[in-house]
Ligand binder design. Structure first.
Ligand SMILES: *Cc1c(COP(=O)(O)O)cnc(C)c1O
Length: 222
């Protein structure tokens, strides 16, 4: 049991509105540390690599009520593993991947919950739809009926000051509302996955429903 992890979890959890889902990002974190977080009440864990996650998931099989969230860039050849191992995929970042996941989900008889990753500002270092591309792809996304499209995920470009970060999160919230108002039968926009250790307070201010926190809970990664 690692008491500093549980203390940090208690502090952060109590600082968040109860409606905000706290996803503990456990990439590069040991299975033991995940057990400490679980003991402190965490049931949602985020991982960004399929293989690394598989090893820890095997070690943690007894914790059967964990919900696993995939948050990393997903290569198409790992798409099947992703929907076998994860209940949520926050990082669906292009139409081709969405269509592939939808087809695999049908074959496997599952209906994963997903967020669409969008770049509110241009960012060559990240994957995701631009706002214009996403709006153009909505009719095709609405055909992905086996995916449960639940909302948007965004990561602001690095190096922005707080007011600019806040404006990115606010714009993402507005975009979700705009899409919701179009009333697509198979696209829900109830979730906003935004906010990491350095900016989650701004994200919550802008209406995040899920925050993805790693270092602030588990300490610096190696
Ligand atoms: C690593 C990662 C996080 C967590 O980052 P921290 O700064 O450690 O909180 C959140 N989201 C994504 C997509 C990540 O890759």
């Amino acid at each position: 049991m690692n008491s500093s992890i549980s203390e940090r979890i208690v502090t952060i959890r109590s600082s968040l509105p109860t409606s905000v889902r706290l996803i503990a990002v456990s990439k590069q974190v040991s299975a033991e540390a995940i057990r400490s977080a679980y003991a402190a009440g965490i049931r949602d864990f985020g991982e960004s690599r399929i293989q690394e996650a598989a090893v820890k998931q095997a070690q943690l099989q007894d914790l059967s009520d964990i919900t696993w969230h995939f948050i990393g860039h997903l290569q198409s050849n790992k798409a099947k593993k992703a929907i076998e191992q994860f209940q949520w995929i926050h990082s669906v970042d292009n139409l081709k991947l969405a269509v592939r996941l939808d087809q695999l989900a049908q074959e496997l008889g599952v209906s994963p919950q997903v967020c669409l990753q969008v770049k509110i500002l241009p960012d060559p270092n990240k994957s995701g739809w631009s706002v214009a591309e996403l709006l153009a792809d909505l009719p095709a996304l609405n055909q992905c009926k086996t995916l449960q499209i639940q909302g948007l995920m965004t990561i602001p470009p690095s190096g922005l000051d707080d007011p600019k970060i806040l404006s990115v999160f606010n714009r993402c919230h507005e975009l979700a509302k705009e899409i919701q108002e179009q009333n697509w039968p198979y696209i829900k926009m109830q979730q906003l996955s935004m906010g990491m250790s350095g900016d989650y307070e701004l994200a919550v201010q802008a209406g995040a429903t899920m925050v993805r926190l790693g270092t602030i809970l588990f300490g610096d990664r190696p």
